[in-house]
Design a protein around this ligand. Structure first.
Ligand code: FAD
Ligand code: PHB
Length: 390
């Protein structure tokens, strides 16, 4: 099989890239190891920055997002028995964020690609990428008993943190920067109406907790757990009692409901440099991971493919190579800003084992400063809603 751009992975990065290229008249084929059903129901991120929302709307895949997404004008930081609101519009010139499940973005993009006769090969796992330093790279894949080859002009490695594309870059050409945080998040999706309209990030002596949501009927909540814990040690009652303890506030109550889904996610950072080698371009989680506290992973994936789609369009339309050559450096500026913001939020809000009273007082001093100083609150707000330029 032959196409112009071979895309590995039908997550938000791969699907949006395929759609943006289509709008530019560029053909692509997406190979995805999982089924359509699986990728459309994988519960993950939920916060979309202002910029990605605008891009999805402009690209004609934002109608349901506008209808069903929940626009939020602030978040609450809860600590020391009090809630403190960070108001986004007044601190960022009118910007806000939208809460809309990542799997809904994925559904909207798959529907748009298939309606335009876009080719997505589901249950087709890429085995390797060859010839990335030639002008005719190819993706080898297996779909059922069939082994196929996809030859193309360019390969986009959008295959997430456990993908194979990164491995096609020679080790000597790549530097990996990594940080493991000494905790994980246990996340639940629950048939419980959100107990507040906005997200609550809670700093508590028992550990961090986050109250988020997916719809007026469905809550999405997280608690900080040890990195080696498994779901066996967390029956539903324990999860709710921990959430109740960490989110407790006088005059406020947390609504419980049946838990529909639960999972544990490690908190880590990782960046590879460069994110391009020859005709292979990495995008999204294949290139970088952020801890979820800053809500940046999905947004970075969108930012990468926007840059890549523009660069590929300039190449196909005008033979320009400069944007493709700058792809890695352009994206990495935003990536490192998001890495810093995510690290800063994570450091401020979690309990670190081994920390004593001194470190905890530093965290509280920082939280009070963020809530009390307009300058500090602006730092949080402008990063959270997404910086226009970095
Ligand atoms: P993925 O979504 O991982 O997609 C990669 C795709 O490639 C997958 O479909 C995979 O099946 C496929 N694939 C892998 N290997 C192969 C192969 N060999 N061949 C073919 N296909 C392959 N981010 C935010 O911005 N805001 C949030 O609020 C947020 N919350 C999160 C909460 C949790 C619990 C988690 C786990 C993540 C969260 N994130 C958040 C991060 C966000 O979900 C990711 O950054 C995002 O999924 C990245 O998209 P992607 O397309 O790069 O990768
Ligand atoms: C989510 O709703 O899943 C979510 C929200 C904010 C975060 C992380 C996850 O920082």
């Amino acid at each position: 099989m032959r196409t112009q751009v071979g895309i590995v992975g039908a997550g938000p990065a791969g699907l949006l890239l395929s759609h943006l290229l289509h709008l530019e008249g560029i053909e692509s084929v997406v190979v995805e190891t999982r089924s359509r059903e699986y990728v459309e129901h994988r519960v993950r991120a939920g916060v979309l920055e202002h910029g990605p929302v605008e891009l999805l709307k402009q690209a004609g895949v934002g109608a349901r997002l506008v209808r069903e997404g929940l626009q939020h004008h602030g978040i609450e930081l809860r600590f020391g028995g009090r809630g403190h609101r960070i108001d986004f519009p007044s601190l960022t010139g009118g910007r806000s964020i939208t809460v809309y499940g990542q799997q809904e973005v994925v559904k909207d993009l798959i529907r748009a690609r298939l309606a335009a006769d876009g080719r997505i090969l589901f249950e087709a796992g890429a085995l390797g990428v060859d010839g990335v330093d030639s002008s005719a790279p190819l993706v080898r894949y297996r779909q059922g008993d069939h082994e196929g080859e996809l030859s193309c002009d360019f390969v986009a490695g959008c295959d997430g943190s456990h993908g194979i594309c990164r491995g096609a870059i020679p080790a000597g050409a790549l530097t990996v920067y990594e940080k493991e945080y000494p905790f994980a998040w246990l996340g639940i999706l629950a048939a419980a109406s959100p107990s507040t309209e906005e997200l609550i990030y809670a700093y508590h002596e028992r550990g961090f907790a986050l109250h988020s949501m997916r719809s007026p009927q469905i809550g999405r909540l997280y608690v900080q757990v040890r990195p080696d814990e498994t779901l066996d040690g967390w029956p539903d009652e324990r999860i709710w009692s921990e959430l109740q303890a960490r989110l407790a506030l006088e005059g406020w109550s947390l609504t419980e409901g049946p838990i529909l889904e639960k999972g544990i996610t490690a908190m880590r950072s990782s960046v590879v440099e460069p994110i391009q080698y020859g005709r292979l371009f990495l995008a999204g989680d294949a290139a970088h991971i952020v801890p979820a506290t800053g809500a940046k992973g999905l947004n970075l994936a969108v930012a990468d493919v926007r840059v890549l789609a523009e660069a590929l369009a300039a190449w196909y339309r005008h033979g320009r190579t400069d944007l493709l050559e700058r792809y890695s450096a352009t994206c990495l500026r935003r990536v490192w800003r998001a890495e810093h913001f995510s690290w800063w939020m994570t450091s401020m809000l979690h309990r670190f084992e081994g920390d004593g009273a001194f470190e905890q007082r530093l965290q509280l001093a920082q939280l009070r400063y963020v809530c009390g100083s307009r300058a500090a609150a602006t730092t949080l707000a402008e990063n959270y809603v997404g910086l226009e330029s970095v």
